[in-house]
Write a protein that binds this ligand. Structure first.
Ligand code: ATP
Ligand code: MEV
Length: 349
C-alpha cells in the first residue's frame, strides 16, 4: 500500500485459522456468507481482526492511524469475503494505489475499500468458476455492485465510526447519486459535463474528528443545527432539479441562468457548512480568489481543510480559469481541472 507507505507480509495460514468463518449477528442463525455483509457481526469480526493484528505485529499500536486503518480494513475484507467460502486461497501479492490525496475530503477511504472489495469478489468469481475465461471480460452486475458498496460501508465504519454511506455509494455506482442516510441511493442520469477546479488546501484532517466535532456542536445547539441541516437538504434537492434541467436543456440563455442558480446553491451550501464549523482559513482564501473572478466555491467531504471545488460554468473564459489556477498555485495550493461524475467501480483485466 504505497499510498500509506506500507509494505507488509501477512502469514496466510494463521490468518485463515484466526479470521476465516466470520459469524452472523447473534439474532440470525445459519452460516455467514459474503453475500450478506449487513448480517456480519461487525464488532466481533473487527475485534478478531484487531486481536490478530496485535499478535502478528506487536508494535501495531504505535503505527500511524493511516496504516493501522488500512491494515484493519484489508484483513476485515479479505477474511470476511474469502473466509466465508470454501474457495482454496494461495499466497498472493496485492498492491493498492491511488491518485487521491488521503484524508482530504474526496472519499479516498471509500474508494480504497470499494476497489479492494471489488477485487476480492472478482477473485472469488474467478476461483469458483470452472472455466477461467468465464468472467474474463465481464464487469460487475448491479447486485455485485450493491454488495461491493455494502462491504465498503462496513470498512467506512472502521475509518469513520458513523458513516452515512454516501462515499461508498458514490464510489461504487459513479455518475451522480441522490443520497439520504438509510435510503437506497438514487442514480441521476444527468449526462452532464460539469466542470470544476478541484483545489487541494494541503491541510490534512481526519473525517472522524470533524464528524465528531459537528455532532458536539449539534448537541449544544440542536434546534439551530437541525434547521441548518434541513436547509442543506433543500439546497441539495433544488440542486438536483437544476442539474436534471441542465442535462435536458437546449437553450443557451436558460442554461446560463441555470448555471447561475447552481452557483448560488453551491455558495449557500458552503456557508451553511461554515456555520457548522467545518470551514478552514485555507478554504476561505481559495473561496475569496474564486469570488473575485465571479465563481462559486465550496468545501468537499468533511471540510476542515482538504479540498475546495470551484464550479466552472461553460461560459467561463479560459483566461479566468487559467488566472485563478495560477493564483492558487502561487499561494501553494494544488489545482486539478476535472469534471464531476466518474465511472464508479469497474474491472480492467
Ligand atoms: N490507496 C490507499 N491505500 C491504503 N489505504 C488507503 C488508501 N486510500 C485511503 N486509505 C485509507 O483511508 C483512510 C483515509 O480516510 P479519511 O476518511 O480520513 O479520508 P478521505 O476518505 O480521503 O476523506 P473523506 O472521507 O472526508 O472524503 C486512510 O487513513 C487509509 O487508511
Ligand atoms: C463528511 C461526510 O459527509 C462524507 C465524508 O466524505 C461523512 C459521511 O457522510 O459519512
Amino acid at each position: 500500500m504505497p499510498t500509506v507507505d506500507l509494505q507488509e507480509t501477512i502469514p496466510l495460514t494463521p490468518t485463515m485459522k484466526a479470521l476465516f468463518c466470520p459469524r452472523l449477528l447473534q439474532e440470525i442463525s445459519g452460516k455467514f456468507s459474503w453475500r450478506l455483509p449487513d448480517k456480519l457481526d461487525h464488532d466481533q469480526h473487527l475485534r478478531r481482526v484487531d486481536e490478530f493484528l496485535h499478535l502478528i505485529k506487536p508494535n501495531f499500536d504505535v503505527l500511524p492511524t493511516n496504516q493501522k486503518n488500512s491494515l484493519r480494513s484489508f484483513l476485515y475484507l479479505f477474511s470476511g469475503i474469502i473466509g466465508s467460502t470454501n474457495v482454496m486461497v494461495k499466497s498472493m501479492d496485492i498492491s493498492i494505489g491511488s491518485e487521491l490525496t488521503i484524508g482530504a475530503g474526496t472519499g479516498s477511504s471509500a474508494s480504497f475499500a470499494v476497489c479492494l472489495a471489488g477485487a476480492l469478489i472478482q477473485l472469488l468469481k474467478l476461483k469458483s468458476s470452472h472455466s477461467y475465461d468465464a468472467y474474463y471480460d465481464e464487469d460487475f452486475s448491479m447486485t455485485e455492485k450493491e454488495l461491493i458498496s455494502e462491504w465498503a460501508y462496513n470498512c467506512e465504519k472502521i475509518m469513520h465510526g458513523t458513516p452515512s454511506g454516501i462515499d461508498n455509494a458514490a464510489c461504487t455506482f459513479g455518475s451522480m447519486i441522490s443520497f439520504k442516510k438509510g435510503h437506497k441511493p438514487r442514480h441521476i442520469d444527468t449526462r452532464l459535463n460539469l466542470r470544476i477546479l478541484l483545489v487541494d488546501t494541503r491541510v490534512t484532517r481526519e473525517t472522524k474528528v470533524l464528524v465528531a466535532k459537528v455532532a458536539s456542536v449539534r448537541q449544544r445547539n440542536t434546534a439551530a443545527m437541525d434547521h441548518i441541516l434541513e436547509a442543506c437538504d433543500h439546497l441539495a434537492n433544488t440542486a438536483m432539479q437544476v442539474l436534471v434541467k441542465l442535462s435536458n436543456g437546449k437553450c443557451d440563455s436558460d442554461m446560463e441562468s441555470d448555471y447561475q442558480h447552481l452557483a448560488e446553491l453551491w455558495d449557500m451550501n458552503h456557508w451553511l457548512l461554515g456555520a457548522m464549523g467545518v470551514s478552514h482559513p485555507a478554504l476561505e482564501t481559495i473561496r475569496a480568489a474564486a469570488r473575485a473572478r465571479g465563481l462559486a466555491c465550496k468545501l468537499t467531504g468533511a471540510g476542515g481543510g482538504g479540498y475546495a471545488m470551484v464550479l466552472i460554468p461553460p461560459s467561463t473564459h479560459r483566461s479566468t480559469v487559467d488566472g485563478l489556477s495560477s493564483h492558487l498555485l502561487e499561494h501553494g495550493f494544488r489545482v486539478t481541472e476535472t469534471t464531476l461524475g466518474g465511472a464508479g467501480v469497474s474491472l480492467e483485466m
